[in-house]
Ligand binder design. Structure first.
Ligand SMILES: [Zn+2]
Length: 1013
C-alpha cells in the first residue's frame, strides 16, 4: 500500500478551513449596531441600557483602553429562515488566537436580563430554534475594551496597565455583527473531523487504528460536496460513525473533565474588571448548563461568588439554582486562590474559614478539596491548614511550570511540616485551560507518572481570564472522547468525584515531604514591596484588633466588632490573590492595593485604640501602659496583656573605633561598625561567639542587574548573581543615639540614582541589632539585597512558614537544591550549630537566599544569608517599586529557634504605649514559650465564646497549661471554622492542659460561665 497519509491529512485541514467550517453559517445578514461609550468607569446596567446610541458600522474602531461601550444590535429574522436555528454572531474585534486577555462583552435582553458573555472563542447568541420569519431581534452588549497587555509584545514595558497612562486610542474594530443560520449537522461534522484528526495525529503511525481513522476521514471528505456542504454533511458524518463508535481499550487513561475558567481576581486588569469578567463567564456557564445535560462546571474563589451576588443578582440566581442541582460546583473552599508562600499563619487559615463558610452558608456545600491550579508554590505549613479546615485533597498543576526538575508524581500524599498528609493531584494535562484538543488528551495519558498503579487524572476544561469558560465545542469533543479507541476516556465529573475515585484506586500513593517549591517566579517574593508590606501590616493589625477587642469584650463588656473584622479580613484575603500579593499585576492593581491597605490600617488602628481605651480608661494619672500583643512576655509585660512599665534598663554605650567607625555595646552584644558603615563584628557577649565571618562584613548592601528572560515581575534568573556591586561607598556615618537605653549609628549611601539611609540600633536588654533601612529607590532592572555572612557551619537552616518552620539545605548538591536559589521566609530565618545560632528576623520582606563557602585562611565555613529588599522590573508595571521604602530587620546573634520565633513576633508587633496606669490581665496565657498563641478572638458565631488558636513553634513535643482570666464553662477542640471536633481537652479550674506534637496546630473554643462578663 502506498503511503498517502500526509496527503489526506493536508486535505482534511484545507477542506475543514475553507469549506466545512464556513458552512456552519450558510446564511448571514448584518445587524444594525448603535453604540454609546461611558465617559469613564463602568455604569449601572440601567444607565447603559438607556443611554442614547449613535450608529457604528462594522470595521469602525471603538473602545479606548479600559472603556465601556454599550452596543445595541437589532434586526429582523428573514422570512426564509423560518424553522432554522438562528443565532447572532458578535465579533467585537477579537483575536481568536488568544482566548482571553482582550475585549469582552456581556449580552443583555432589552429588560436588562443577562444572556451570556461574548468572548473571542465564544461569539454566538442563540436567537431562536426554530426561528419564526419576521421576528425582531434586539440585544444590548456591555462591551469592555480592556487592552491587551501581555501578548503581541510579551514583557515589553507598557503604559496600558494604568488608566492615567493608557491613552485614549481605540483598541478594537468591530469585526462582524450578523444574524446567521446555524447548521448543526455541519457543526457536528466539524466536531467529528476535529476529534478524529487530532486523535490521528497522536496515534502511532505503525498502528492499525491510525490508518482506520485516516481511511474513514478520507471517505467522509469524499462524501462532502464542496459546492454544497450543507446538503452532504450528514452523509459525510455517516462515514465517520464506525470509527467514532470503536470503544476505548480497557487500559485507557481516565480523564475527569471539570468545566472551568481560571479567572485571576486581578492581574492584567483591575479588581473592578474581574467583577465583570466573572459575571460574563458565569452567565456563559449557567446558559451552557441549561443546554448540556452531562456538563459539570466548577468555580473556586468565594470572593467571585460574592461579587456576582452583589453586582449581577440575576446571574447569581441561576448559579444558586445550578449549584442546588449539583452541576455548578463551588470548589476549593478558599476566599480566593491565594498565594501560599507569603500569607501568614492566621491569614492562610482564614482563606479557608471565609471560603468554606461562604459556600456552606450560601449553598450548604462543604468543599473537601483545595483548588489552587495556578499558585506559585506551596508551603510546608499548608497541609495542616487544609486538614484543620476539614478538607483532605489538593489540586494544582503549577509545579509543572518548574524550570529545572520534573516532579516525580502526579498523584501522591503531600506531607507537611507537622506530618499532616493531603491526597494531592497534579493534572498531567499540565494546563488549567484544557480545550479538549487531542494533543492535550494524549499528553495527559502519556505524561501521567503513576501509570500501572493509577488510571485517573483531572482536566480543568475551559478558557479563563475573559475567555468565557467551557465552550459547546469542548463539550461536543468530550462527548466523542467518552469511549473512543486510541484515546483516554473523558467524563464530566465534579472534583470531589474525581478525588474519591482517584483515592479509592490508589490508597497508598508515594509521599512527598515538605514544601512544593515552584522552580519559577521566585521574584514574586520581592516585587511590589509596598503591597507585601501592606499585607504584613494588615495581618499584624488584625491580630492586635482581634486580641484587644476580645479582651475588652470579655473584661469590660464592650461590643466586639464582628462585622467590621469580617469585612476587613475579606479585604486582606482578597489581596493575597496569587497575582496581587506576589506583585505580578499591573500598576493600577498595586496602586489601589496600597490605598486599600492604608484604609485597612487606619480602621484597624482605630479599633485597637478603642479597645485599649476601654481596657485602661483615660489615664489621667500621667502614667503609661504598655500593651504586648506578642505571644511572649516582654520586659515584664505579659503576652496578650498590658502593664505600666518604668524604663529601668541601662548599659548601652557607643564609642569611636581607632581604625574608624563605632563600637556599640548593650551588655549582650558588642557590634563593630567600620569606617564604611559595615558591620564587621556582632559579638555575642553571653556565649562569647562572633557572628560575622572573619574578614567579611554584615548588612552589606549588594546590587545586581536583574533582567530575566521573561516574566519580569515574576522571575529572577540564576545568572543575576554573575554580576554584583557591593555598596560600600559612604556619604555619612554618624552616631544618632547615645543614651544608656539605646545607641544607634546612621549610615547614608548613594548609588545610581538612589539613596539609602540605615539606622543600626542596640537597645538595652535586647539581644539583637535592629536595622532600619530607608531606600529612595530609582533603579531600573536591579535587585537589591542585604548580605549577612555568618561564621556558622551548618548543612541546613530554618525558615518560618505558617504555624512553624521548615528546613532547607545550605548546599546545592542536587538540582533540586540548586533550583531553590531564592526562597521564602515569614518572620525569621535561623542558622545553628548544635550549641549556638543566629536569627535574622524581618518585619515585611519574604525573599532571601543562602549560600556557603569554606574560607581558605582558617577552613571555617561562612554561611551567607541575604535578604531581598527591592527589585525594579518594568513589566507589567513599568515603574515597579520606584520611590521611598522602609524596611526593618534585626540580627539576633546567639538566638535559639525559640528566640527566633520570639524576635520574629517582636519585630512585627511592637509594643503600644498609651496613657494610663491600670493593668490588663491576658485573656489567656500559656506557660510554655514553645506553645505560641496565634489568635485570640471571639467566636464568629456571635456566641461570645473565646476562640484561641495556638501551635507548637519549636518543632518539638510540648506540654503546656493554658490559663484564662475569665471563668471558662467548658473547652472544646475545634476545626478552623470553629466547629467542635468532639475532643474535650482536660479543664481543671481555669486551666486547660495541652500536649502538642511538633508544629501541631490547635483551635480551642472556650465557653464563658454566665457570670464571667
Ligand atoms: Zn492565575
Amino acid at each position: 500500500m502506498h503511503d498517502d497519509r500526509s496527503l489526506v491529512e493536508s486535505r482534511l485541514k484545507r477542506v475543514l478551513d475553507e469549506r466545512i467550517r464556513p458552512a456552519i453559517h450558510p446564511e448571514s445578514t448584518p445587524l444594525e449596531v448603535g453604540i454609546w461609550t461611558a465617559p469613564d468607569e463602568p455604569v449601572p446596567v440601567a444607565e447603559g441600557l438607556s443611554a442614547p446610541r449613535t450608529p457604528i458600522a462594522v470595521g469602525q474602531p471603538w473602545g479606548a483602553p479600559w472603556g465601556t461601550s454599550w452596543l445595541t444590535v437589532s434586526g429582523t429574522v428573514p422570512a426564509a429562515w423560518a424553522g432554522r436555528t438562528v443565532e447572532a454572531l458578535i465579533d467585537l474585534g477579537f483575536d481568536k488566537n488568544m482566548p482571553g486577555f482582550q475585549c469582552e462583552g456581556l449580552v443583555y435582553r432589552p429588560d436588562g436580563t443577562p444572556v451570556k458573555g461574548i468572548n473571542p472563542c465564544n461569539q454566538w447568541v442563540q436567537i431562536a430554534a426554530p426561528a419564526v420569519g419576521g421576528e425582531q431581534v434586539l440585544l444590548h452588549v456591555e462591551a469592555a475594551s480592556n487592552p491587551v497587555i501581555l501578548d503581541y509584545h510579551p514583557f515589553l514595558p507598557t503604559g496600558l496597565g494604568e488608566k492615567a497612562t493608557a491613552g485614549d486610542q481605540p483598541q478594537y474594530r468591530l469585526a462582524r455583527i450578523d444574524l446567521v443560520v446555524f447548521d448543526e449537522t455541519v457543526w457536528q461534522l466539524v466536531m467529528d473531523l476535529e476529534v478524529l484528526g487530532e486523535l490521528m495525529a497522536e496515534l502511532p503511525v505503525d498502528g492499525a487504528r491510525r490508518w482506520e481513522v485516516l481511511r474513514a476521514v478520507e471517505r467522509a471528505l469524499d462524501a462532502v460536496d464542496l459546492q454544497n456542504v450543507n446538503a452532504t454533511a450528514a452523509a459525510a458524518r455517516s462515514e465517520l460513525a464506525g470509527v467514532l463508535a470503536a470503544p476505548a481499550s480497557a487500559s485507557a487513561h481516565r480523564i475527569s473533565a471539570v468545566g472551568h475558567a481560571h479567572i485571576d481576581s486581578a492581574w492584567l486588569w483591575p479588581l473592578r474588571e474581574t467583577v465583570r469578567k466573572v459575571a460574563r463567564t458565569t452567565a456563559n456557564m449557567t446558559a451552557l448548563l441549561e443546554d448540556e445535560p452531562d456538563f459539570v462546571y466548577t468555580m473556586s474563589q468565594a470572593q467571585q461568588y460574592a461579587w456576582i451576588k452583589e453586582h449581577r443578582p440575576e446571574v447569581y440566581a441561576k448559579v444558586k439554582q445550578a449549584v442546588a442541582e449539583g452541576r455548578f460546583v463551588p470548589a476549593g473552599g478558599m476566599w480566593v486562590e491565594s498565594d501560599t508562600n507569603m500569607p501568614g499563619s492566621e491569614a492562610m487559615a482564614r482563606q479557608f474559614v471565609h471560603g468554606k463558610r461562604f459556600f456552606l452558608e450560601e449553598f450548604g456545600v462543604e468543599n473537601e478539596e483545595a483548588w489552587l491550579p495556578d499558585t506559585f508554590g506551596f508551603t510546608g505549613g499548608l497541609p495542616q491548614i487544609i486538614k484543620a479546615a476539614g478538607s483532605k485533597w489538593l489540586l494544582t498543576q503549577k509545579i509543572s511550570w518548574s524550570q529545572i526538575n520534573s516532579f516525580p508524581h502526579h498523584t501522591f500524599w503531600w506531607e507537611g511540616i507537622d506530618g499532616s498528609r493531603i491526597f494531592t493531584h497534579f493534572p498531567p494535562i499540565d494546563t488549567y485551560n484544557c480545550s479538549m484538543k487531542g494533543s492535550e488528551i494524549a499528553h495527559a495519558a502519556r505524561n501521567f507518572k503513576d501509570k500501572g498503579r493509577a488510571t485517573h487524572s483531572l482536566a480543568p476544561t475551559g478558557w479563563g481570564d475573559g475567555g468565557g469558560g467551557t465552550t459547546r465545542e469542548m463539550i461536543a469533543k468530550a462527548a466523542r472522547l467518552r469511549n473512543l479507541e486510541g484515546s483516554a476516556t473523558v467524563r464530566w465529573e465534579k472534583p470531589a468525584e474525581f478525588f474519591a475515585k482517584a483515592q479509592a484506586e490508589y490508597p497508598d500513593p508515594p509521599v512527598w515531604v515538605g514544601e512544593l517549591y515552584l522552580e519559577l517566579h521566585r521574584a514574586t517574593l520581592t516585587s511590589q514591596a509596598k503591597t507585601k508590606q501592606g499585607n504584613r501590616a494588615s495581618e499584624n493589625l488584625l491580630r492586635e484588633a482581634e486580641l484587644w477587642a476580645a479582651t475588652a469584650a470579655v473584661q469590660t463588656g464592650s461590643a466586639y466588632p464582628y462585622q467590621q473584622l469580617d469585612r476587613i479580613w475579606k479585604t486582606v484575603l482578597l489581596h493575597q490573590f496569587h497575582d496581587i500579593l506576589p506583585g505580578s499585576s499591573i500598576a493600577w492593581v498595586h496602586r489601589e492595593a496600597e490605598q486599600t491597605y492604608a484604609a485597612v490600617a487606619e480602621e484597624l488602628t482605630a479599633l485597637i485604640g478603642e479597645a485599649q481605651l476601654a481596657l485602661v480608661g483615660d489615664g489621667t494619672s500621667g502614667g503609661e501602659v504598655v500593651f504586648n500583643a506578642t505571644p511572649h512576655e516582654w520586659a515584664g509585660v505579659p503576652a496578650g496583656g498590658a502593664r505600666g512599665v518604668a524604663r529601668a534598663q541601662q548599659g548601652c554605650t557607643v564609642q569611636a573605633r581607632p581604625e574608624g567607625g563605632f563600637l556599640l555595646d548593650n551588655g549582650l552584644l558588642r557590634v563593630a561598625v567600620d569606617g564604611r558603615g559595615l558591620v564587621v563584628s556582632a559579638y555575642d557577649l553571653l556565649h562569647e561567639r562572633e557572628s560575622v565571618a572573619p574578614g567579611a562584613a554584615a548588612n552589606l548592601l549588594q546590587i545586581h542587574p536583574d533582567f530575566p528572560n521573561m516574566w519580569d515581575a515574576w522571575d529572577v534568573d540564576q545568572f543575576y548573581r554573575n554580576t554584583v556591586t557591593d555598596l560600600t561607598d559612604l556619604d555619612e556615618l554618624t552616631v544618632v543615639a547615645k543614651d544608656s537605653d539605646a545607641v544607634a549609628v546612621r549610615v547614608t549611601r548613594s548609588f545610581g540614582a538612589s539613596r539609602v539611609v540605615q539606622t543600626l540600633t542596640l537597645s538595652a536588654g535586647a539581644p539583637r541589632l535592629d536595622l532600619d533601612t530607608e531606600v529612595d529607590w530609582h533603579e531600573t532592572e536591579k535587585f537589591l539585597k542585604a548580605a549577612f555572612p555568618l561564621d556558622l557551619h551548618t548543612e541546613r537552616y530554618a525558615a518560618e512558614t505558617q504555624f512553624g518552620h521548615l528546613h532547607r539545605p545550605t548546599h546545592t548538591n542536587t538540582s533540586w537544591e540548586a533550583a531553590k536559589f531564592e526562597a521564602c521566609n515569614h518572620r525569621f530565618v535561623h542558622f545553628a550549630e548544635p550549641d549556638w545560632g543566629v536569627a535574622l528576623v524581618t518585619a515585611s520582606t519574604y525573599g532571601h537566599d543562602v549560600t556557603r563557602t569554606v574560607r581558605a585562611a582558617d577552613h571555617g565555613t561562612t554561611t551567607t544569608v541575604r535578604v531581598s529588599l527591592l527589585r525594579a522590573p518594568r513589566f507589567p508595571d513599568p515603574h515597579t517599586d520606584q520611590g521611598v521604602h522602609r524596611f526593618r530587620h534585626a540580627l539576633a546573634p546567639g538566638a535559639t529557634i525559640g528566640d527566633a520565633v520570639r524576635e520574629g513576633y517582636r519585630i512585627n508587633l511592637p509594643e503600644r504605649r498609651i496613657p494610663g496606669d491600670s493593668e490588663v490581665a491576658p485573656l489567656v496565657s500559656v506557660d510554655n514559650d514553645a506553645v505560641v498563641v496565634s489568635a485570640v478572638k471571639l467566636a464568629d458565631d456571635g456566641s461570645g465564646d473565646v476562640v484561641v488558636r495556638l501551635y507548637e513553634a519549636h518543632g518539638a513535643r510540648a506540654r503546656a497549661e493554658l490559663r484564662t482570666s475569665f471563668a471558662p464553662a467548658g473547652v472544646q477542640a475545634c476545626d478552623l471554622l470553629e466547629r467542635p471536633l468532639g475532643e474535650h481537652p482536660a479543664l481543671r479550674g481555669g486551666t486547660v492542659e495541652l500536649r502538642l506534637r511538633p508544629f501541631q496546630l490547635v483551635t480551642l473554643r472556650l465557653a464563658r460561665a454566665a457570670d464571667a462578663s
